[in-house]
Ligand binder design. Structure first.
Ligand code: ADP
Ligand code: MG
Ligand code: ZN
Length: 563
């Protein structure tokens, strides 16, 4: 469909327009549509297959809830989590819309009632929520759906969190792979796939898996203009980041609600304990807690009885608090998609909020060894590292480009740390040669070097006899780490994994571009922060930062509190 043809779907002159309007106001108690909602609803009401990509919290659900209410029969909604299902049922009940669900914990009687209702013309429910497992495993459900389809009662199919179909997405669920059966069996029913994060390649994959030949895709902008994005450097060898985080929470975010995301369950426990020791009302949340504890922490936080949740990614789907003022990542996420989702829980009320990530050299390799088994896990991790490391592009533009959005330079409005500061470009060709020489020497001795070993060797902390054979540096540790990271991102260095039954080791090796350094005219540049010219920065201990950075020859992006 051309842009021109699509425009028509923004109109309100369809046979169903009056009914939509009435239900929007009376049943859903909303005054007007948000961007893209009306277009999506009109397309779906017209019987078109549609993929709707819209950031979390913008109101995707309405795009199938409202059509469901305005159509004959019922809408089938596939949802990955029972908790999401329950939230929706509770909400719909509160506004007087009839909805039911089928999942693993449904009682026999309930299931019987629901199954009977599917083909009963007197039945009142408009929405039927199911888990993908039900579609995959329940023949009874499929046979009932078929009956309903033949009787013209299956009005629409919605697949929520549709990116779960694809292994390329960030949240693959095996049962989603089987949902192609729906469109194959019920080709005349319009399908609506909804997601907050899917690149065009993920969407193509979902389209194939769901057997929808030519869906229309509507994509809302990913630019959250009220969020301020910032990357701060983290010294992996000290607790400074905790002190920095607690200072931020106590001063800048005093009495404000927030989330601190951490890497592991253990980190959730220790970081929340550390913050508590500093007098902050913080509690951990991770998958290994019992369900009552989890929902208690969630509830108290939602009611502002807890200021900060220190959470793993288990604190995710279904979190819908509007006044989150900060999301701090104590450790980088494993991909930009994950980061966008997690940080995007800030500022849902459209008021200003901050998304800060602490970027630590060692964390790259901690995560790298964790995602080594995942298809394209490394590639995705490097997108996140690139977001943190590169200061030659606006942080928002990196996110936008990742989601295949055309980026307009006016779109940031100095709402990221890169756009607020000045940078200089530094030639790092000689540094690259030094590092390559270290790896070549190790190679000739049949040795593998971890990133830490490379760092230490270059800084002259390696074995004495080796020190004589290489060019060591006087750069600071953070500078050394920044250069090694940059060389890894640019392909002069590469990753090399080794497995034991207990752990996975990460080693650095020469990358595909390393041979280019033999060419005398080849040079490598890196953009870095200019000293002393930093504009507004978050940290309260900024002076110390500048002092410690002035000592080095070059200056890396982000501010690191080092006192
Ligand atoms: P998503 O699925 O895109 O993450 P939801 O459908 O859960 O988002 O909606 C998030 C919130 O936005 C809900 O509280 C919903 O009531 C609200 N909402 C949806 N549409 C509108 C609208 N047109 N006007 C105001 N609020 C809306
Ligand atoms: Mg949703
Ligand atoms: Zn910017």
């Amino acid at each position: 469909m051309t842009k021109q043809e699509l425009l028509r779907y923004e109109n309100e002159d369809f046979s169903w327009s009056t009914e939509l309007e009435q239900n929007l106001k009376n049943a859903f108690q909303l005054s007007k549509f948000r961007p893209l909602q009306l277009k999506a609803i009109n397309l779906s009401m017209s019987g078109k297959d549609l993929f709707l990509v819209m950031p979390t919290g913008r109101g995707k659900s309405l795009c199938y809830q409202l059509p469901a209410v305005c159509s004959e029969g019922f809408t089938l909604i596939v949802t990955p989590l029972v908790s999401l299902m329950e939230d929706q049922l509770m909400y719909l009940k509160s506004i007087g819309v009839e909805a039911v669900s089928l999942n693993a914990s449904s009682s026999k009687e309930h299931a019987k009632m629901v199954l009977a209702g599917m083909t009963d013309t007197k039945s009142l429910f408009k929405l039927l929520y199911v888990t993908p497992e039900k579609i995959a495993k329940s023949k009874l459900l499929m046979s009932r759906l078929e009956k309903a389809y033949n009787a013209g009662r299956l009005s629409r199919i919605a697949v929520d969190e549709v990116h779960c179909c694809s292994q390329w997405g960030h949240d693959f669920r095996p049962d989603y792979k089987l949902l192609g059966i729906l469109k194959r069996q019920f080709p005349k029913v319009p399908l609506l796939g909804l997601t907050a994060t899917a690149t065009s390649s993920v969407l193509k994959d979902c389209q194939k898996i769901l057997c929808v030949p030519e869906p229309i895709t509507l994509t809302a902008s990913f630019n959250r203009t009220n969020l301020y994005y910032e990357v701060l450097l983290k010294d992996s060898n000290s607790d400074d980041s905790i002190r920095d985080i607690s200072a931020l929470i106590k001063e800048r975010y005093k009495d404000q609600s927030g989330i601190v995301y951490v890497f592991s369950q253990k980190d959730a426990e220790t970081v929340s304990a550390d913050l508590q020791k500093k007098g902050i009302n913080a509690y951990p949340y991770h998958a290994n807690m019992n369900p009552e504890d989890k929902s208690r922490v969630h509830r108290k936080w939602a009611n502002n009885k807890i200021q900060v949740v220190v959470a793993t990614v288990a604190f995710g789907m279904g979190i819908d608090k509007s006044d989150v003022r900060f999301v701090i990542h104590h450790t980088i996420s494993k991909s930009i998609e994950n980061y966008y989702q997690e940080s995007g829980r800030a500022g849902r009320d459209d008021k200003p909020a901050d998304c800060i990530v602490y970027f630590g050299f060692n964390d790259i390799f901690r995560i790298s060894t964790m995602v080594v088994m995942e298809n394209v896990g490394q590639q995705k991790l490097l997108t996140m590292v690139d977001y943190c490391q590169n200061v030659d592009r606006c942080r928002r533009s990196v996110i936008a480009v990742h989601f295949d959005e055309v980026w307009d330079n006016e779109g940031c409005n100095k709402m990221c740390d890169v756009c607020r500061r000045d940078y200089i470009t530094v030639d790092i060709t000689q540094h690259a040669k030094d590092v390559v020489q270290i790896l070549e020497l190790a190679g000739s001795l049949d040795e593998k070097l971890t990133p830490l070993k490379v760092t230490e060797a270059w800084m002259g902390k390696g074995p004495a006899k080796r020190r004589k054979m290489i060019q060591t540096t006087t750069l600071s540790r953070l500078e050394v780490e920044a250069i090694i990271t940059s060389l890894l991102l640019q392909g002069y260095l590469g990753e090399d994994f080794s497995f034991t039954p207990y752990t996975t080791y990460f080693y650095l090796k020469l990358g595909r571009k390393a041979p280019m350094l033999k060419n005398q005219s080849h040079s490598i540049a890196m953009k870095m922060r200019r000293t002393g010219l930093e504009a507004n920065t978050v940290s309260t201990t900024q002076q110390t930062v500048q002092k410690s950075f002035r000592k080095g020859m070059i200056h890396v992006s982000g501010s690191h509190v080092n006192s």
